[in-house]
Design a protein around this ligand. Structure first.
Ligand code: IPD
Ligand code: CA
Ligand code: CA
Length: 262
């Protein structure tokens, strides 16, 4: 069954993270010196692939370190074998395995597991979202100025109007706490669990957001791009909130919010 294979694959990847964490592993760079890939990323991906291929050898796979394994299947696995690799490489236990499944272009299942604090987030479309088998839901805070937010920054400085630093500055000048955990998948799940009221990031990839996108939606949240249109994994900008602060945070991201500074 697809759901059980997803769970098995997520846990197989996570066992690799546990095996290498704080140990010895090779590290190399990708797009720039601080964009890392470790031996654990590669081994986690391999373990995940083994589980999927043993049950569903014909499914389409999109995975961060391998790219696309194309097929004509209408089921696509979207895999981040470690989300939070810089944290992982530094022994910071804020990282996870994130796997989402699309059917005919629509997210239907998502799983995110951080083995270091034993948090397993899961969602099946139409069935809500859970953390360690308990239902979760987004917060109900309606005032952006009283919100607790999280964001992330791309590996390479993004020099665009209303870029990551400008938006961060707008929010920090309004005295709003904005955290940076270093794992987009965990950021999304923590919005779903009501710990954060909103998360935004410029330049995410499909594997960062696939599972978390569904988990936030199924926890009652709202996910769009920076124009306010329904989110697509295949464009870079993501805004996920409890729904109530969405419009104001969208204005802030576009440099159009007029805060009342408390
Ligand atoms: C990164 C993390 C980080 C985000 C970056 C991502 P990686 O993924 O999700 O929080 O800010 O944009 O690339 O490289 O650790 O899989
Ligand atoms: Ca990632
Ligand atoms: Ca990754």
């Amino acid at each position: 069954m697809l759901k059980q294979t997803l769970i098995n694959a997520t846990f197989a990847g996570a066992r690799v993270l546990q095996q290498y964490f704080n140990g010895t592993f090779t590290v190399s760079s990708k797009s720039n010196i601080n964009d890392l890939v470790t031996q654990a990323d590669i081994e986690s991906e391999k373990a995940i692939f083994e589980v999927i291929k043993s049950e569903y050898p014909d499914h389409f796979i999109l995975s961060e370190e391998t790219g696309e394994l194309k097929s004509s299947s209408n089921i696509k696995w979207i895999i981040d074998p470690i989300d939070g690799t810089v944290n992982f490489a530094n022994g910071i236990p804020i990282c996870c395995v994130s796997i989402g499944i699309e059917q005919d272009g629509k997210m239907i299942l998502g799983a995110v597991y951080n083995p270091f604090i034993n948090e397993f987030f899961f969602s099946e479309r139409g069935s809500g979202a859970t953390l360690n088998d308990k239902k979760i839901q987004v917060s109900d805070k309606a005032d952006l100025t009283r919100s607790c937010l999280v964001t992330g920054f791309p590996y390479s400085y993004l020099d665009v109007p209303n870029g990551p630093l400008e938006v961060f500055e707008t929010l920090i000048r309004a005295n709003i706490p904005v955290r940076r955990l270093g794992s987009g998948a965990i950021d999304l799940c923590w919005v779903a669990a009501g710990r954060f009221d909103g998360f935004y990031e410029h330049n995410l990839n499909a594997w960062d957001s696939a599972a978390g996108f569904l988990i936030v939606e199924e926890a009652g949240g709202k996910v769009t791009d920076f124009k306010g249109d329904y989110y697509s994994l295949y464009q870079p900008n993501l805004l996920a909130t409890n729904g109530k602060i969405h419009e104001d945070l969208l204005l802030a991201i576009n440099g159009k919010w007029k805060p009342i500074v408390l």
